[in-house]
Design a protein around this ligand. Sequence first.
Ligand code: 5GP
Length: 228
Amino acid sequence: MAMLKSSLAFLVLASAFFLCFIMSIGDGSYDYFQFVQQWPPTNCRVHIKQPCSNPRPLQYFTIHGLWPSNYSNPTIPSNCTGPQFKKILSPQLRSSLMRSWPDVESGNDTRFWAGEWNKHGTCSEQTLNQMQYFDRSHQMWSSFNITKILKNASIVPHPTQTWKYSDIVSPIKKVTQTTPLLRCKRDPAKPKSQFLHEVVLCYEYHALQLIDCNRTAGCWNNVDIKFQ
Ligand code: 5GP
């Protein structure tokens, strides 16, 4: 009898935890923001099934997204119940975003923005409405020019040179006074070889102040990084 009781209690507890986990995926509670910028040539080299629509990818870091994230699991929340994307961006903001947040894969900027808003923006709608979400993202992109920061540290695209993770993090950290996160893509043509793909800056709950990012698996440890 006691055995049956404890099994039942365990089952109830496990179901409650599972239910909480499922609910937290899409309920819009989050701890901080990841502001993710990408290096378009890496997208076009390794990321996608179809070739990029632009044969010469942009040579500067562009926005991938602004992602409300949880410390316990940075990939959630997502696809929350907030209002879906509306095409009501002002002409001025649209033209800013076409520079800072282009669709570097298929060239359909509005569809890319809609996808990012619906998957991520809906989860922080209580903090940033759609207009504020895109406006703030563009401001973040303008405040720290990652391409220029790296260039000033002599980190520029090169066909053979490689860098250590810390070589790339260090100049960004110096300028932003916080620790960024790097994400890499493995080179499909060479085992144990990786390209720099994304630079993540982290912001606190209100998306106003930079904070240190927690290092999560984004690049292989101890494998030099190609930037091409
Ligand atoms: P997430 O959904 O986590 O924001 O981003 C992952 C998806 O965004 C991936 O499917 C990736 O291919 C896509 N993605 C990243 N950059 C671009 C881009 O510039 N254009 C398009 N269309 N998709 C992108």
